[in-house]
Design a binder for this molecule. Structure first.
Ligand code: NAD
Ligand code: UFG
Length: 338
């Protein structure tokens, strides 16, 4: 089965590409490298023995994508391509709406032209907004976003749902990721943020590698067990494997289905700091700072639906995630620039 990975050179796409190759799929990557490195292709080859087919294109560009579909006999698509920085999306909302929505619209036009009707989409737990009743989120809960990035995810979810309603052969799987961290056990691929990281784990690993002096813990007065924010961290390899299950599901069903991909465990910022110290035998200096605007106290996944229907379950724990994040960072102090 030939699977197009839009944005497949990125953090989650590259890990999914490895899992696809290991399971006998033929991945084709389309990426404009706006937030990734061409070196990822050699790393994937080192891990799997196979270099994925690669097109350096903007997925929003109809002609380039059309050419790819003419040249490759694509059976299904996993749509990762998009911008993902919540803070940046407040500053440049149009840039976010344009890229995240235009890539999807072009993709759907080209898929229709070439008779491809299976798509798995990278959505996010951010679409649940601020939990009203319980921090344990299941797929039936109402959606509402607090930031432009999140709205792009919700709008794309709706565009895909409407497409599947209009076209009876269409199959859409919406995957709502919780907080992916960790890296492939080889240490050859991993999260490679530009500049100072926004997210917790790459910030911690950059403190560990002494690029940054200490971690700023954003608030210790949240309504959580130790006052720091609680999230559901999931190993990126578990997440990647969820995509293979989603593809199998899309192959057998029409219409739209949505699944949370999380572990079901809520971990505080201090839990992550302590697990990192334990897993890697080092202290992470930190200071308690003001809350980061827009952050939510606590949420984590109810992953029951994915467990039961996709037959998928997260296997790695927080210790594994911390070990593998550090293994990637210590071997690649400057990410793919080393
Ligand atoms: P990433 O930035 O590492 O990967 C996205 C890839 O898309 C990059 O390689 C980038 O170059 C590419 N891209 C962006 N716009 C493009 C365009 N117009 N044409 C072609 N390529 C383009 O991000 P990631 O962490 O791997 O996330 C993948 C997807 O999952 C994104 O859609 C993101 O919004 C979503 N997601 C990520 C997280 C997270 O915490 N990492 C959480 C929830 C959802
Ligand atoms: N945090 C710190 N210090 C930091 C960075 C983060 O204390 O330097 C805290 C945050 O306040 C929060 C927790 O660590 O309590 C996690 O923050 P992240 O920035 O790592 O992740 P978020 O939960 O804010 O958001 C991430 C992605 C979103 C995605 C969401 C899905 O950035 O794009 O997960 O749940 F939508």
């Amino acid at each position: 089965m030939k699977v197009l990975l839009t944005g497949g050179a990125g953090y989650i796409g590259s890990h999914t590409c490895v899992e696809l190759i290991n399971s006998g799929y033929e991945p084709v990557i389309a990426d404009n490298l706006s937030n990734s490195s061409i070196k990822v292709l050699d790393r994937i080859e080192k891990i799997t023995g196979k270099k994925p087919i690669f097109y350096e294109i903007d997925v929003a560009d109809f002609d380039s994508l059309d050419k790819l579909f003419f040249e490759q006999d694509i059976d299904a698509v996993i749509h990762f391509a998009g911008y993902k920085a919540v803070g940046e999306s407040y500053m440049f909302p149009v840039k976010y709406y344009r890229n995240n929505i235009n890539t999807t619209l072009t993709l759907l036009d080209v898929m229709k032209k070439h008779g491809v009707n299976k798509i798995v989409f990278s959505s996010s737990a951010t679409v649940y907004g601020i939990p009203k009743t319980t921090p344990c989120l299941d797929e039936t809960m109402p959606t509402c976003c607090a930031n432009p990035y999140g709205w792009t995810k919700l709008f794309v979810e709706q565009i895909l749902r409407d497409t599947a309603t209009a076209e009876k052969e269409f199959s859409v799987v919406l995957l709502r990721y919780f907080n992916p961290i960790g890296a492939h056990e080889s240490g050859l691929i991993g999260d490679n943020p530009n500049g100072i990281p926004n997210n917790l784990m790459p910030y911690i690993t950059q403190v560990a590698v002494k690029k940054l002096p200490y971690l700023r813990v954003f608030g210790n007065d949240y309504n959580t067990k130790d006052g720091t924010g609680v999230r559901d961290y999931i190993h990126v390899v578990d997440l990647a494997r969820g995509h293979l299950k989603a593809l199998e599901y899309a192959d057998k069903h029409n219409g739209t289905e949505v699944f949370n991909l999380g572990t079901g465990n809520g971990c505080s910022v201090l839990d992550v700091v302590n697990a990192f110290s334990k897993a890697n035998d080092m202290e992470i200096p930190y200071q308690i700072c003001d809350r980061r605007p827009g952050d939510i106290d606590e949420y984590f996944a109810n992953p029951k639906k994915a467990n039961e229907i996709l037959n998928w379950k997260a296997e790695f724990d927080l210790f594994d995630m911390c070990r593998d994040s550090w293994n990637w960072q210590k071997n690649n102090k400057n990410g793919y620039d080393d």
